[in-house]
Write a protein that binds this ligand. Structure first.
Ligand code: SF4
Length: 343
């Protein structure tokens, strides 16, 4: 039987998307976009299943970077209490609690420009080993990494490394001045070479244009392989940060961006990340319909508020959503993570 055009567009995995193609997908009537995204989603993922990830800050504040959205940057006065690196035993205890609460992925974030060497890095490796031993997917976000650090994290059992591209290359300089887009791509390449899966996405509502959102999607969707995990965040406007006065983002922009990401990167986990607290249940539901199949749970996401676990459980129950079980860290091309996936 020949493959129909629709089957082809929903099952094919491509890495050569052009900006024009992405723009055409992004701009189509929303209901058409949602329909195609949902068809794509069901061709690659079990329907009505959502993975819950637990995100914890293992080192908070005093970051030398000036990311305009971030309350942890030392450049802004946000009143955030600084916290030194967490004791690995405490981290593993938190992971155990997260697992008891249904989370299958545990993400540890540290506010560093560059992952340090020495005692602190050894402590992070100990955390990774401890959480991996609980049979959870372990993810870290520690800033820029060297090849050797990526390799050591892999050996400790790290499944995924988060390093967001945030926005388009053109808009990046408006948000961050202490590093360049190329630095981000270099760390992603080191992570990939070490055989760790990639978690990389962006933040919407920072004053970027529609073209910038399309540009971000182009960057992600032309990585080969695609990031296995694509978090889509809505800016949380924290008092004192450079972006505190941004107008609120229309949640339909989140929906449109998630749907486009789902179509462009059909096998990836698309995660509805920060900003859920600012969204209605109905907006979050549209994000799931658009192809988001993961959320972050816990009362705080690093330092900003998140819906309470009870609210999430109620939403899951009302929508008939079940937890996604089993590992999700297979590479976006369907294979196991392996070192030969160089870029
Ligand atoms: S986003 Fe990360 S790198 Fe940027 S200021 Fe915050 S903690 Fe530092």
């Amino acid at each position: 039987m020949s493959t129909t055009f629709f089957e082809k567009t929903t099952t094919e995995v491509r890495y050569d998307w052009t900006r024009g193609e992405i723009r055409a997908i992004y701009r189509q009537p929303l209901l058409d976009l949602l329909h195609r995204a949902q068809e794509t989603h069901r061709a690659h993922h079990p329907p009505n299943r959502i993975q819950t990830c637990w995100l914890v800050s293992i080192k908070t504040g005093a970051c030398p970077e000036d990311c305009g959205y971030c309350p942890q940057s030392a450049h802004y006065k946000t009143g955030l209490a600084r916290q030194e690196l967490m004791d690995p035993r405490e981290t593993v205890a938190q992971a155990r609690r997260a697992k008891e609460n249904g989370a299958t992925r545990f993400c540890m974030g540290a506010a560093w420009r560059q992952a340090p060497e020495g005692r602190e890095f050894e402590a992070v490796l100990e955390m990774v080993r401890g959480v991996a031993a609980l049979d959870m997917e372990v993810c870290c976000t520690l800033g820029m990494l060297t090849e050797s650090q990526a390799q050591r994290l892999k050996e400790a059992g790290l499944a995924a490394y988060n390093h967001n591209l945030d926005t388009s290359p053109e808009f990046y300089g408006n948000i961050i001045s202490t590093r360049v887009y190329e630095d981000r791509l270099r760390t992603l390449a080191a992570v990939r070479r070490a055989g760790i899966t990639v978690c990389s996405g962006g933040i919407l509502g920072m004053g970027e244009s529609e073209e910038d959102r399309i540009g971000l999607l182009e960057q992600l969707a032309t990585l080969h392989p695609h990031p296995e995990s694509v978090p889509v965040n809505m800016l949380v406007r924290v008092e004192g940060t450079a972006l505190a006065a941004q107008p609120p983002l229309d949640p339909l922009v989140m929906v449109r961006t998630i749907a486009t990401a789902r179509i462009l990167m059909p096998r990836s986990m698309v995660r509805l990340a920060a900003g859920r607290k600012q969204m209605t249940r109905e907006a979050a539901t549209l994000c799931f319909l658009a192809g988001a199949n993961s959320i972050f749970v816990g009362e705080r996401l690093l330092t900003t508020p998140n819906p309470l676990p009870d609210e999430d459980q109620l939403l899951f129950r009302d929508l008939g959503l079940e937890p996604l079980e089993g590992p999700t860290v297979r590479c976006a091309d369907g294979s196991e993570p392996a070192a030969e996936h160089g870029e």
